[in-house]
Write a protein that binds this ligand. Sequence first.
Ligand code: G6P
Length: 612
Amino acid sequence: MCGIVAYNGLKQASPIIIEGLKRLEYRGYDSAGIAVMGEKMQSFKQKGKVIDLEMVMSEHAISGTIGLGHTRWATHGAPNDINAHPQRSGNHDISLVHNGIIENYDVLKKLLAELGHQFESDTDTEVLVHLIEEYQGRENCTIEEAVNLALQKVIGAYAIVVFDKKFPDRLVGARKSSPLLLGIGEDELFLASDAAPVIKYTNRVIYLEDGEIVVLKKNGEYQISNLKNEVLNPKVQELDLSLEAIEKEGFEHFMLKEIFQQKETVYETLRGRFSAFDGWVSVGGLKKEFKKILKAKRLIMISSGTSWHAALVGEYLIEELARIPVEVEYSSEFRYRNPIISKRDVVVAISQSGETADTLAALELANSRHATTYGIVNVVGSSIARATKTGSYTHAGPEIGVASTKAFTSQVAMLTLVALSLAQERGTLSRSFTMQILTELENIPKKIERVLANADKIKYVASEIKDSTNALYLGRGYNFPIALEGALKLKEISYIHAEGYPAAEMKHGPIALIDENMPVIIIATNHSAHGKIISNIQEIKARKGVVISIVNEGDEVIKALSDYTIEIPEIVEPLSPILSVIPLQLLAYYIAVMRGCNVDQPRNLAKSVTVE
Ligand code: G6P
């Protein structure tokens, strides 16, 4: 979590940094800060969002062409002005911004305190800046040397940028387990947590690797080395990312834009990877390790949050279509329970950001046990994408709303291709069923458009249930994970307590909660369980629950039993999650807007969880 932006060039640094921080606010937004060096050092820190920081800055004339900024998601120390970054050294010369956690900060803090260091904040970050100061004082060295020495003592995760008044021409950046990239422009250099703050100025970047330190000097000169002081010469990458892709383009919120983009983003995921006409599926990433994957004893999927729900859909898809056993694991549980992993296992890491700390660590564990690792990742060049042996990008484009929407449908689309590709090789599917699914896949963007055309009806349903304090989401089979995802969306952005359940499990607990104040959203599109879903609805109605059903177009039976229905087009069952999740995304979105919630930046959450 936390977003970092730093600039060293010829332009005024503060507008570039502030604009960049706004683009990174999805990473954390409880406080923000900036330090800019001109004739003198000017530093501002403010609890709240970047806009609150901007208000404070507007009362001052700020000038300087080198600086660093931070938007925070608190880990150590409450979100307040003092704990905001940059944190500074005791002599106020050194400023530092940090994304990550210094795990041994308490030991270091004690040692430094014994040496006379006094601390202002409750953060682990302040300990690091004091440690750098300590080394610089002792060794009388440059700031980059002091950073190197300090990092040798640090346990934990970090992406940092450091500025020292004594070396006013340079910034120093370093990373371990938290992302940091160097943007290379004409006579100007940037450091940022991702490409969004940089892309307006340059598409030439270097993703720093763990253990690397970069020094950014004036006139665009930079040097990358490792902690052993060996100079490195990594390749510059040219990013294929446009500015429009990271702007709202007329939508009220990023989340709404991203929900509406799904007709294109699902298409982008599928593009070039199958042909309904010729009846083939080809997933490049799988092919690289196809032999091992086909021989695998089982697939283990690791992920968190919404990506975990996509993995659950993947389990249904791969087990049904390709008949390979799949286990779905929360990355955070998997990595800490000494799991049984052998080289005959395939571990599939699913992640939008490609930076989720637990998924990355679980993946590294799988690599260390020689499993074949395969990534399904959205952000190109991200840490998880680089740590897997092979992988496929979902190509959903930048997702900025903290609640994941388009990334989810793209993950499910990708997993559908994986299942079909494995099924094709293993001969587990009939030709006619394969052709039916492929034809439906080809038509899915049009069907998504039809779901989106119901937005006004969904808005009306939202207005009817927006004041509820609880909600229950039910689904069966492929739509059980969608019930979980629908409930998560509502919780995340509207702060209404919601739970997802397999419809049949309702009788084992949640039914006790149902009364006239409990909306029950039931995904009732499955043909195979239609009769059973009707019984579930009757059980809810008998207890006066409010039933909102997601049904196939023309399903008059369920419509007659429900208080509200939202129709979606008919589709072959394995593909239904891609359609049925969309009304739930919209429902959560409209309810949150009506309740006055900050949809794109819900409280306490962050898009990219780069700490454990
Ligand atoms: C956070 C985000 C979720 C996301 C989860 C996993 O909790 O708020 O939207 O699903 O992390 O992130 P990943 O980037 O690994 O998919």
